[in-house]
Design a protein around this ligand. Sequence first.
Ligand code: ADP
Length: 319
Amino acid sequence: MKRIGVLTSGGDSPGMNAAIRAVVRKAIYHDLEVYGISYGYAGLIAGEIEKMELGSVGDIIHRGGTMLYTARCEEFKTLEGQKKGIEQLKKFGIEGLVVIGGDGSFRGAQKLTEHGFPTIGVPGTIDNDIPGTDFTIGFDTALNTVIDAIDKIRDTATSHERTYVIEVMGRHAGDLALWSGLADGAETIVIPEEKDDLDDIIARLKRGQERGKKHSIIVVAEGAGSGFEFGDKIQRATNLETRVTVLGHIQRGGSPTGFDRVLASRLGAKAVDLLLEGKAGVTVGIQRNELVYHDINEVLSQDHAINLDMYKLSQELSI
Ligand code: ADP
């Protein structure tokens, strides 16, 4: 293999730049040529492809977002779109591709592999919802952004003696809600994987009220329902003054944490090593602090599993 490509696709996440940097630098270290494909699969189809040098990825390790931009591309879900993509890769003499993104992007990578084009997936999403890795690139940064926001909301919750419902991202996964709720001592964490009965949540709030608790933080994962709906129901059932904050896209931005920069550097470099070893159709990950890789079909056929021990702990600590 002499020439590889790299693209970012789907939702961006902090640390994607560090992963791009690692792919480019590791490839050049191994005397490979690297081409950056802008705008994900849309840019692949359109031929938005440029050679990258060592300097192309200078000064990006600390920046959020992705210097290669990202996009969603319906056309790539069709056979025709995938064939156009492969034609572009061939036109540029690219022999292997690193796709940095979430599970949707991995489905595109799976298709490329099925068509015989060697592709490696690097998990980049704040949702932490990819099987085969303990952490995805961007999760830790988003977690710390949420913690910072909840700390601030807690100040005003205390001052005004209010109940706050905070809706956090995560798509169908509750990891961001669970980790931030645990880190912030939330009274209740609502996640899609383990539906807590609303009556139980209200009973817990009432118990707190009875023992003189003046404010509460409830973290709701977007996959478990709307924060506004929870807030409404809680206010009506408890008569507690309840406010709702939907954190939204601030969770996707910002300078990546040290953890995410290191994770992205390790995973990006590992993807290049695997291409050089002749591997294809695999995703890289980290499990128990060891770099691992798994068959992409296996990864995409599994459901994401949340750590239910942590969920139980959050309940035990917020009695
Ligand atoms: P993420 O990678 O963050 O999960 P998406 O689910 O939006 O984001 O997927 C990103 C892109 O991956 C899509 O816009 C599409 O181009 C490509 N993709 C998703 N699913 C498939 C599929 N089944 N086949 C081919 N490409 C796909």
